[in-house]
Write a protein that binds this ligand. Sequence first.
Ligand SMILES: C[S@@+](CC[C@H](N)C(=O)[O-])C[C@H]1O[C@@H](n2cnc3c(N)ncnc32)[C@H](O)[C@@H]1O
Length: 216
Amino acid sequence: MDTPITTSPAATTSAGTASAGTSRAERRSFLARTLADPRRMGAVTPTGRAAAARMAAVVPDRGRPAVLELGAGTGVLSRAILARMPDGGRLVAVESDPALVEYLHRTSPQLEVAAADAAELERVLDEAGIDRADAVVCSLPLTVMTAVERRRVLSAAARRLTPAGAFVAITYRPAWAARGLRADMADVFGRVERTPTIWANVPPARLLLGRGPRPC
Ligand SMILES: C[S@@+](CC[C@H](N)C(=O)[O-])C[C@H]1O[C@@H](n2cnc3c(N)ncnc32)[C@H](O)[C@@H]1O
């Protein structure tokens, strides 16, 4: 059965604890990378706990799921995914910023990090020996990327998801400003849903969930 992304214990987290899953040092490291490369980062602070838990809810909590994370940053979503992951599951976290790859190696040595561009996700999966992913958790700045870059990532993700797999993306844009992203997702997923605004995040966020990959 599909795992809903709108139900999670953390969904009731108050706005005051939105960044409770990250230390001050982590938020500082994140902000430093945003100042260095704002377009690549697309955010000023790591994803908050409530949104992270809702995104991680697409990860099957049974079996031995293979999960691909796109844009690991300082690892806040990686931790939420690993907290949900059953024994025997596998997470591969893709990050293209060398400074953040180094940060992840230093702070989360147990995390399997692929230093790569998300557009190369099929090569990353091949090298990891993973044929299909059960979930793709994406916090790339998809609405900031060019349409060509975004479609490349979305179609590669759809090609490599299992038929029952799920793709979840976070966006800070209101619905009208994210309609290009939603339309691109609808090209490669049979069903696309959007959550209500998650106010317990800085800035408030929405999630887009794609299911029913249409490999193309
Ligand atoms: C909004 S941050 C999210 C970081 C973290 N996952 C979180 O939720 O706080 C976006 C991340 O995607 C990474 N990124 C941006 N473009 C990328 C690309 N084409 N390939 C891989 N990573 C990318 C950035 O370096 C940054 O770490």
